[in-house]
Every structure is written in C-alpha cells, then in structure tokens.
Design a protein around this ligand. Structure first.
Ligand code: UDX
Length: 457
C-alpha cells in the first residue's frame, strides 16, 4: 500500500511574478504565507523591476534575462499594458524554460512540488506541461474581474472602443456582464485588439492550469465564488487578503517616504484625503492639473503620491498649477511614494482617492477607508464598479479627472451622510474579513485546502 505523502516530501515551490509592483507585492506575500506553512521558496524573476533579495533572506532568487529594457522606454507614453505583457510572454520563454529545467535537473533530495506563476505569464503553462510540473495560477485581480473578462466578447466588441460620449450606446450596459457599461469597457485599454488577444491567452491558460489562487476572500465575492467553477473548471483558492497574514512587508520597488506618518499624526481623525494612482497608471498634464484644482478648492488636508513619471511628459511636479505649493502650505503633502498600508491604517486618513488597482482596493477595505475611484485601465474599471455599485463603499468619478466632479465626490464621501453609510458598510466588510482569517474562517480554510492540494501532487 502506498504511504500517504506529507508536505515534507515535496518541499520546494517555485514562484514567478510579473515584474510590476502590483503583481510582485501579492506574489511575495503569498510566498511568505507558503513558507510559513513549511515550503521552501524559489522566486524566478525578470531583471526588470527585480525584487531586492536581501529583504527575503529565507527565499532563493533566480533572475532571468527578460530583454524588457529594449521596450521599457515606451512605458510613459504607451498606455497599452497588454503590449508589455505580450512582449514578456515571448522574451521570457527560453530563459524561463532553461532556468526551470535546470532547477528540476539539480541532484538532491528536495523535490519541486509545483510552479505558481502570475496569470499574466500565460506562456508558463506550456513550459510546465513539457516539464511535467503542475502549474497553479496566481491571479492578482478579483473573482469578479475573472468572470467579467471571461464574459466579455472582446473579439466582437472592438467597435465599442471607438464610441464617444455623444453616442447613444455609450452609457448602455454590457449584456454579457451588466454591471459594466460600454464606457467602462472603453476605459480598459486604447488597444482593444491586443487586449483581447492577451486576455484570451491568459484565460485559456488559466483554465488549463491545475488551480487558481485569488487574492480575495469568500465573503466579499460570495456570488462570484459560486459561479467561478463554471467558467474556470479547476480548483479556486480564495485565501486573501494576503497582506494581512504578516505586518507590512518590504517588497516596495520605490523607497517609501515614511515622514508622511509624523505629518499624519498632526491631522485630525478621518480628515485627510489620501491620493495615489498606483505603480503603473499614467495621467496627462491636464488630468494632473484637474486633480490639483480639486484638492485646492476642497480645502481639506491631503496626502498626494505623485510617482515620478506618472504625468506624461513631466519628470515630477513641473505641471502643477502656478503657486499651488504656496497655497498648499502645511495643509497638504506631496511625496513620490508612501508606505501605503500604514497610511490607510492611520486614524487621520478619511478617504482614498485611488485608481482602483486591486491591491489598493483590498488594502482600503482592510483599513475601512471609503474610496473615490478614478480607474485608468485594465481591471480597474471593473473594481471601481464593484466598489461603487455592489459594495457601495465609495464613489466612481464618472469623468475620471474633472475638478467639479472631484469636489462633489470628495464631499459625498467626506462630509455627507452617504459617506457615513459607506463607512458602516466597509466596517461590516472588515469584520467579515477578520473572521475569514481566523482559524476555521473561509480564507484560513482555503489556505489549508491549498496546502493539502499542493502536497497531493
Ligand atoms: C496593477 C493593477 O492596476 C492592479 O489592478 C492589478 O491587480 C495589479 O497590477 P497597480 O496599478 O500598481 O497594479 O495598483 P495596485 O494593485 O493598487 O498595487 C499598488 C501597490 O503599490 C499596492 O500594494 C500599494 O500598497 C503599493 N503602493 C502604492 C505603495 O506602497 N506606495 C504608494 O505610494 C502607492
């Protein structure tokens, strides 16, 4: 009779994140979670945006040559995220295969249990199949986003992307996923064909994988969880939010300005508008100026993260309206990068004006901070619709960056009764989230299931 295998028979897991902050953070958090459950960890990573191995002495890091620098200069002006990821899906194939095959051929007792690869690295399924290694997908977005992407007929909706506000269909719901309107789809990309191709590849290879790990929790997306197995007929694991398993981790690629925390200490409770649009979005000079006018006019304290290069054509703050910094004085702070999780957890933070990246959305829910959403591309419009229409814990700025709308939105969240109701709903979600992480809770149980599943390979 075969003896049952324990975790120790298959001790190493290999992880492969996409080289962008919003993907590296949750992957390294996941690596920490699995390491704490007895697995050894190897991170194969691209050279571009390479994580700092000295922050993770307990992991092994293996860099591969991605050739990303050949096209990286296009980042600020090319708003087609799919283009960069498609490039990586080609340029990484050979170096990744060589690296993985080399590791599997290494002599020694230790066996590799599986590969956990970012969903965006869809090429890894074929490599894993060739090497007979199970591949589990790490999807950094919500279940709702997975279902929406799978429902949208990207090949037949290319024409929508050319509609404008003047067209009667612009505000119409998308029949295949009625939470989204055509105008939300238009925000996803400027290049529908390449986005459609990329998503089709990603979704097909998610379905061909051995399972999918989502950084979400059951109680947040109960109905999506009920239907996910129809679209993705492989085991799904919802063990999020990953960042709550450990204190704020150090996977930041940019140095975080921690002086903001002492500035926040001096502000009244729930008074500060925290503004950040994540690690990849770019905005135009006029959008940047609208943000500045909105913050100028509203008169409340604010902490604004202006990532160098976020404004197309600017190094940093050159495009600010005249005398903005003088008018701002000590009422505001502008920094290049913040310790976001701590900022959101600070009692002075009253709302989060965000681009609705999935990590930012989860971090905001965890700290009970209602949101103002200015989604820029990709999954962000989907997240923003969930925040404003499903969970009702924030408002969506329909015109993105337009100062009149901005002031109204800030008032709704910071000053109106509606904002108090959002706070109540988000506190309720936070309570459910805490329970999900406790022993026997849904996320904790899902993690146990994942560990058992990996051990069964
Ligand atoms: C992108 C997509 O937008 C996101 O939806 C997808 O799921 C992952 O890739 P990004 O745009 O960077 O990510 O946004 P987000 O997912 O919110 O991740 C940003 C991360 O950077 C967060 O973990 C946030 O805490 C961190 N951050 C952001 C900082 O540490 N400091 C800052 O000043 C701003």
């Amino acid at each position: 009779m075969e003896t049952p295998r324990s975790v120790n028979d298959f001790r190493r897991i290999i992880l492969f994140p996409l080289p962008f902050q919003g993907h590296i953070n949750p992957m390294l958090q996941l690596a920490n979670i699995l390491h704490a459950r007895g697995f050894n960890i190897t991170i194969i990573h691209a050279e571009y945006n390479s994580p700092n191995p000295s922050n993770y002495p307990h992991f092994t890091f293996k860099p591969i040559k991605d050739r990303f620098l050949e096209i990286a200069h296009q980042l600020p002006t090319n708003r087609n995220g799919a283009y960069f990821v498609e490039y990586l899906n080609k340029s990484c194939v050979d170096p990744f295969r060589d690296c993985l095959a080399g590791m599997l051929a290494e002599p020694g007792e230790e066996k590799v249990a599986c590969l956990i690869a970012d969903g965006g690295f869809y090429f890894t399924q074929a490599v894993a199949d060739d090497l007979k290694l199970p591949r589990i997908v790490h999807r950094t977005s919500s279940l709702g986003c997975g279902l929406a992407y799978d429902a949208l007929p990207f090949n037949s909706i290319k024409d929508w992307f050319y509609l404008t506000k003047e067209d009667s269909d612009y505000e119409a719901s998308v029949p295949e996923y009625p939470l989204l309107r055509i105008k939300d789809i238009i925000k996803m990309t400027n290049y529908p064909q390449s986005m459609g191709d990329f998503l089709t590849n990603m979704l097909n290879q998610m379905k061909a994988s051995s399972g999918i790990i989502w950084n979400t929790f059951k109680e947040l997306e109960e109905s999506a969880l009920e239907t996910i197995s129809q679209d993705f007929p492989v085991p799904s694991f919802t063990l999020g939010p990953f960042h709550k398993y450990f204190p704020a981790s150090s996977s930041s690629l940019i140095e975080q300005d921690r002086t903001v925390l002492s500035w926040l200490d001096k502000q009244p409770p729930k008074s500060v508008i925290y503004v950040s649009f994540g690690s990849v979005a770019h905005i135009t000079e006029s959008e940047f100026q609208e943000v500045a006018h909105g913050l100028d006019n509203i008169g409340l304290p604010f902490l604004w993260v202006v990532r160098p290069g976020i404004v197309i054509g600017s190094e940093w703050l050159e495009a600010l309206p005249e005398n903005f910094l003088e008018r701002m004085g000590d009422r505001g702070r502008i920094v290049k990068w913040s310790p976001q999780q701590e900022v959101l957890g600070h009692p002075a933070t009253g709302c989060f004006w965000t681009h609705s990246g999935w990590n930012s959305t989860m971090e905001s829910i965890c700290e009970e901070v209602p949101m103002i959403c200015s989604p820029c591309f990709g999954d962000q419009p989907i997240n923003a619709r969930h925040v404003s229409e499903v969970w009702k814990i924030g408002v969506l700025l329909e015109d993105g960056f337009e100062s009149v709308g901005i002031e109204k939105a800030i008032k709704r969240v910071m000053m109106d009764k509606e904002g108090e109701e959002m706070r109540e709903r988000i506190s309720c979600l936070k309570e459910k989230l805490n329970l999900s992480l406790e022993e026997g809770g849904s996320s904790s149980q899902s993690l146990n299931n994942l560990v058992d599943y990996i051990s069964s390979f």
